[in-house]
Design a protein. Sequence first.
Length: 153
Amino acid sequence: MQLTQKETDLLKDLKGQEKLCVEKYTKYSSQALDPQLKQLFTEIANVEQGHLNTITQIEQGNTPNTSSSSGGQTINSTFTETYGMGDTPDKQADCYLCSDLLADEKHVSHLYDTCVFEFKDKTLRDTLNHIQKEEQEHGKYIYDYMSKNNMYS
C-alpha cells in the first residue's frame, strides 16, 4: 500500500499520541490510589498499545485487521463510589489523573477524526474510525468513573 506524504505525516502524529497514551496510562495506573481506577488505567493502556501496534502496521504498509486494533481487550466499566462529596487529598490526586487523561482522549479523538477525512483508502479510514470510537469510549469510561465519584462538575 502506497501512502501519501500527508498520510505518512498524520501516522507519525498518531503514533506519537498513542505512545504518549500508553506511557501515561501505565504511569498513572501506578499512581492512582483507588484500585478500580488502577485497573481501568491498566486496561486502557493495553488497548492503547493495540492502537500503537495498528498504527505501526499501517506505517509499514500493511492493512491491519480492524478487530485487532484493541488487542481483544475488554474494559470493566462498572464503578462503585469510592469518594464522597467532600474533597480529600486522595480524591484530588485521582481526579487530577482522570482530568489529564480525559483531556488527552479528547485530543487524540480529534486527531483521529481529522485522519478519517484525510486517508484515501476506505479500509484504513474504517480502521482509524474504529480506533477513534475506542478512544471516545475511553473518555466515556473516565467520565463515568469521575461522575460516580463526585469529581465531574
